[in-house]
Design a protein around this ligand. Structure first.
Ligand SMILES: Nc1ncnc2c1ncn2[C@@H]1O[C@H](COP(=O)(O)OP(=O)(O)OP(=O)(O)O)[C@@H](O)[C@H]1O
Ligand SMILES: [Mg+2]
Length: 639
């Protein structure tokens, strides 16, 4: 229940709608309650006429007036409940918007580490379920149950006026019913959680399979994947049976108890009417009122069922919402005023995010000449003479356990070109991840422009670095959108110029839609080399002072690679660059090479020095220039 109250607090921007719904519910209840009184009155009039106490003509006029009044009351109920329903629809939709946007906002604030441990489809399935169940419940609550509850309270008061034993019986019904239901709920929720877990895993796998359907097909894994999927869903059958048996067993107990209580209620009303305590009209009134009180009790189990789902949903929801955010991302997002994230807060709701604006910004006064994102925290000035990038005795592990990097120590001066060479899995991409601030080192520090990287606001840090990742990581949408991802406001000329430098212009223009060509999910409609060139163009357009190329041209043939390389060489002139390449020809021109072995730096030196030192580089060079690929395949550089 507290988690539902939390949802209400969380969506306090909807307070006016909540108020409107409550007002409509009260009015609906009042208009509805008028009907039994009117019918009771009509019954007495009819009884009077039948007994000859009232003249027929007068009685007819009275009952017609009463019928007219019933009509008015019922019309009022019809209209007001529909107005309330309208508010309910709008409210639940706004609630869905707020909850979804906040969830997305939250996800975008979470550290990279969190995503490493999650499966996309599972995150999406969880979001959909929890939000749907919360909004469905609030919609149902506002569209019918609120007025029912108000009616019940009124019925209790009215019945107390006529016959207190009725009130006592009704007062017993509610708590006992709720108690019995909550007994059901503990077990029910546990089983529901178990089911959801299976469904989330299945949905996560489903999304992965759809995303990588080519692999599934080529390994003929369709049947296997389908079997796993259906196994997960079928495993929920047994849970559902257990859950439903429990629920219905408890419902029989609850309802039988309710039937007993109503037996008592009707017995009291009928006997006391026979004894003359109530007129016929009063009897009719009371019978109707009791029926009105019974409706919410009967639908209570249904409401509680839906409330339970909503509670389970909101717990799931808040579990993600309570995940500690990455403080640096939070500081950065808070410092950037006009972002899309405001969509969720446009209704005046303050985000429940640590609004530590400028937390990491207090490094230095703004100085001209540093490339920063407008609207962000004060620019961090470069310390004169300091290396652009420095790793100081950095050790790092992705998970608890063995370090992936051990005491990595090197620096890159302004305008220098550095290559990282080493075996696969040696930690090259990890160095890029640390440089981008995606993870924090376990020991030691990464420095940029003379400042510990941890103290530079993330947007400033990342604005300095143009990066081409090892996998091209494109988005669905057009080629233009992908190239301009970092600078959506870039002009057509700039986009084309970047594409030309990346040697992508020619193949882009061969597409029927050119730059407007849609490239499918993650750029699936492009070849590997084409994807890489789009990723290179995207980094070129960013025009950052530091360029990081992680196997940026590995998928290209030699000719295309030379062309891209030409563009990159022009780009790298005067820029600080960090290049990772397995093909050594692409790094022949760098200033220094750093070789890595098992997460340790092996050697640092110019290509000429390392070519003769007999280390990893020299060995690789000998193999690659001899062109003996078979020897290369057997070569074990760790040996
Ligand atoms: N997100 C992650 N979570 C846990 N471990 C990781 C993660 N990313 C990489 N690793 C591990 O860290 C080690 C270094 O990986 P890294 O990607 O830095 O290697 P690399 O030198 O770039 O290799 P390659 O040349 O194949 O790209 C590997 O052993 C890998 O298993
Ligand atoms: Mg790598």
């Amino acid at each position: 229940m507290s988690s539902l109250l939390r949802i209400v607090r969380f969506t306090r921007a909807l307070a006016p709608l909540y108020t409107a719904i409550i007002v409509c519910s009260v009015l609906t209840a009042v208009a509805g309650l008028a009907v039994p009184f009117l019918i009771g009155h009509a019954t007495d009039t009819v009884a009077g006429a039948v007994n000859g106490q009232t003249a027929t003509g007068t009685a007819v006029r009275t009952v017609l007036l009463i019928a007219g009044a019933v009509l008015l009351a019922e019309l009022a109920v019809t209209v007001i409940s529909n107005v309330g329903g309208w508010f309910g629809d709008v409210m639940s939709n706004r609630m869905r918007t707020i909850l979804s946007v906040r969830y997305y906002d939250k996800l975008l604030h979470l550290p990279q580490r969190w995503f490493d441990g999650e499966i996309t489809g599972t995150i999406v399935a969880r979001l959909n379920r929890s939000i749907t169940e919360i909004t469905n419940f609030t919609k149902m609550m506002s569209n019918s149950f609120a007025s029912m509850l108000i009616t019940t309270v009124a019925v209790l008061a009215i019945s107390a006026w006529y016959a207190w034993p009725l009130t006592v019986l009704l007062l017993i019904v509610f708590p006992v019913y709720v108690w019995l239901t909550s007994l059901t709920s503990v077990k029910w929720q546990r089983l529901e959680g178990r089911k959801n877990e299976q469904i989330d895993i299945a949905s996560g796998r489903f999304a992965e399979v759809v995303g990588q359907i080519r692999v599934v097909k080529s390994f003929v894994r369709e049947r296997g994947e389908l079997a796993d999927f259906s196994h997960r869903f079928r495993s929920t059958d047994a849970t559902t049976r257990e859950q439903s048996t429990h629920w219905h067993r408890m419902d029989v107990i609850r309802r039988a108890f309710l039937n007993l209580i109503f037996f008592g209620i009707y017995a009291i009303i009928f006997v006391r009417t026979v004894q003359g305590a109530f007129s016929l009209g009063e009897m009719v009134l009371l019978v109707q009122l009791m029926a009105m009180a019974k409706a919410p009790v009967e639908s209570m189990s249904w409401v509680i069922d839906s409330a339970q789902r909503a509670i389970a949903g909101s717990k799931d929801y808040f579990r993600v919402m309570e995940t500690p955010v990455d403080p640096r991302t939070a500081a950065m997002m808070a410092a950037r005023p006009a972002d899309a994230r405001d969509a969720g807060h446009a209704d005046g709701t303050a985000g429940e995010l640590p609004a530590s604006a400028g937390e990491g910004a207090a490094v230095a006064a703004p100085t001209a000449g540093t490339a920063v994102v407008p609207g962000a925290a004060p620019a961090v000035a470069a310390v004169p003479g300091a290396p652009v990038i420095a790793f100081r005795e950095v050790s790092f592990a992705y998970e608890d356990g063995e370090d992936v990097l051990h005491g990595i120590d090197f620096q890159v001066d302004r305008g220098e070109k550095i290559a990282l060479v080493g075996e696969s899995g040696g930690g090259k991409s990890t160095i890029v991840n640390l440089l981008l601030g995606l993870y924090e080192p376990r020991r030691g520090a990464v420095e940029v422009a003379g400042h510990p990287s941890a103290e530079v606001p993330l947007d400033q840090l990342r604005a300095r670095i143009g990066v081409v990742f090892q996998d091209a990581s494109l988005f669905s949408g057009t080629i233009r959108e992908n190239i301009a991802y970092g600078r959506p406001e870039a002009s057509e000329e700039e986009v084309v110029a970047a594409a030309r430098r990346a040697n992508a212009d020619a193949f882009i223009l061969r597409f029927p839609d050119g730059y407007q060509q849609v490239i499918g999910e993650r750029g699936l409609k492009l070849s590997g080399g084409q994807r890489q060139r789009i990723a290179v163009a995207r980094a070129i357009l960013k025009d950052a002072p530091v360029l990081v190329l992680d196997e940026a041209t590995s998928a290209l043939d030699t000719k295309a690679e030379i062309q891209v390389q030409k563009g990159l060489d022009q780009l790298m002139a005067g820029r600080t660059s960090l290049i990772i390449a397995h093909r050594l020809s692409t790094i022949a021109e760098v200033d220094r090479i750093i070789t890595l072995r098992d997460g340790n730096i092996d050697e640092i030196g110019s290509p000429a020095e390392l070519a003769t030192s007999g280390g990893i580089y020299a060995q690789l060079l000998a193999l690659q220039s001899s062109g003996d690929s078979r020897k290369l395949a057997k070569f074990d550089i760790t040996g």
